[in-house]
Write a protein that binds this ligand. Structure first.
Ligand SMILES: NC(=O)c1ccc[n+]([C@@H]2O[C@H](COP(=O)([O-])OP(=O)(O)OC[C@H]3O[C@@H](n4cnc5c(N)ncnc54)[C@H](O)[C@@H]3O)[C@@H](O)[C@H]2O)c1
Length: 242
């Protein structure tokens, strides 16, 4: 059977755990050569996944790492901007330091990665960029005013970048996950179990998302099967209504 990402050179940020780790596994199983980046040290027993440790807000290190991948592989085909942080507070309790940090990681670093990697993609005729947004940016969510603003910025950035980069053969899309059951979920459920049960009751498909659900969407959007899809925000949220 044809593998969706055969021999594509892919960069995935935030790939040490959670959704990013699953995207890296999915892509490797789909035939990609994966450069999995994270600020945490991590290892992978898959020979097609190469861990790279750096913080995406450190512009000089990011540039050196991307140039090294380009030099080694001769091209970059796919960038998945998955790394992100979340601080949840109700209005009145939102802290400027946390908000600034969220914007630095979730927005500015993504913008800089798009700027840097799109130039490298353009040298080989194009590529695909997938940004991880959130259903909170589309539907809103109490307690997530600052976080959802960062993901709203991702959606806006995706649409404009798609238009600007199309002439260079670069497609830009976003995936907007609903609540995804990652390792962190158990902790979250302990603190907010009732609220989460309430949220699940508003998911038409009746369950939380899995990292695999998100990884499958990213794989499709990164593949040539999506060659006429750009500037889109794909909700992967089980048809959530709030
Ligand atoms: N889990 C969910 O329910 C959910 C829902 C909607 C959107 N998202 C988004 O999906 C993405 C992944 O979420 P997750 O739940 O897997 O998160 P997670 O916290 O489990 O993993 C995020 C990874 O990003 C890395 N990271 C964070 N800041 C970084 C930086 N400055 N440089 C390099 N690496 C950095 C972390 O070390 C971590 O390994 C995030 O963008 C998140 O906002 C998650």
């Amino acid at each position: 059977m044809e593998r969706l990402l055969e021999n594509k050179i892919c960069i995935i940020t935030g790939a040490a755990q959670g959704i990013g780790r699953e995207i890296a596994r999915r892509f490797a199983n789909d035939g990609a050569v994966v450069y999995a980046c994270d600020r945490q040290e991590f290892t992978s027993d898959d020979a097609h996944i190469h861990p790279l440790v750096f913080d995406i807000t450190d512009a000089a290190t990011v540039k050196a790492a991307m140039m090294q991948v380009f030099k080694t592989e001769g091209r970059i085909d796919v960038l998945v901007n998955n790394a992100g942080v979340v601080f949840n507070h109700k209005i009145g309790m939102i802290m400027r330091e946390e908000t600034e940090l969220m914007f630095r990681i979730n927005v500015i670093a993504v913008l800089e990665l798009i700027q840097l990697v799109s130039r490298l993609m353009a040298r080989n005729g194009g590529g695909s960029i997938v940004n991880i947004a959130s259903v909170t940016a589309v539907l809103g969510s109490p307690g997530q005013v600052a976080y959802s603003a960062t993901k709203g910025a991702i959606i806006a950035m995706t649409k404009s970048a798609a238009k600007e980069l199309a002439p260079q053969g670069i497609r830009v899309n976003a995936v907007a996950p609903g609540i995804v059951k990652t390792e962190r979920f158990a902790e979250l459920y302990e603190a907010n179990g009732e609220k989460i049960d309430e949220r699940i009751s508003h998911i038409a498909l009746g369950r939380l998302g899995t990292p695999e659900d998100i990884a499958n969407a990213c794989s499709f959007l990164s593949s040539d099967r999506a060659s006429y899809i750009s500037g889109q925000i794909l909700g992967v949220d089980g048809c959530a209504s709030i």
